[in-house]
Design a protein around this ligand. Structure first.
Ligand code: ZN
Length: 108
């Protein structure tokens, strides 16, 4: 049996909040999230992190990662985008210059 705790914050403080699809629904008293005592959806976070490393560091394609983990390629794309949004933008250096080479713009 799956341990019943809040799926959002992991709190054990919850109250019964009716039924949904025949399952007892609970409401977390700390984050007000409704949840049922079911298996957590989605792939394990460790595997997701491994997929992102495979994509970013090893050059494995999103389609290959999706096939490897049994998820859709769109899911892999969402993982990568979510992690990319967490990365802070690095401001350009003061000595950076923009140079036009063969009608393409590059920052040097
Ligand atoms: Zn909670």
């Amino acid at each position: 049996m799956i341990k019943n705790c809040c799926k959002k914050c992991g709190s054990l403080k919850f109250i019964k909040n009716g039924f949904v699809r025949g399952l007892q629904r609970s409401r977390c008293q700390e984050c007000r999230c409704n949840f049922t005592n079911t298996k957590r959806r989605g792939i394990h976070p460790t595997l997701r992190a491994f997929g992102i490393v495979l994509y970013g560091m090893c050059g494995v394609s999103m389609y290959k990662i999706a096939k490897l983990f049994g998820v859709s390629n769109v899911a892999v794309l969402k993982w990568v985008r979510k992690e990319a949004d967490l990365i802070e933008d690095v401001p350009p250096h003061a000595e950076s210059k923009i140079v036009m080479i063969d009608e393409m713009w590059h920052i040097v």
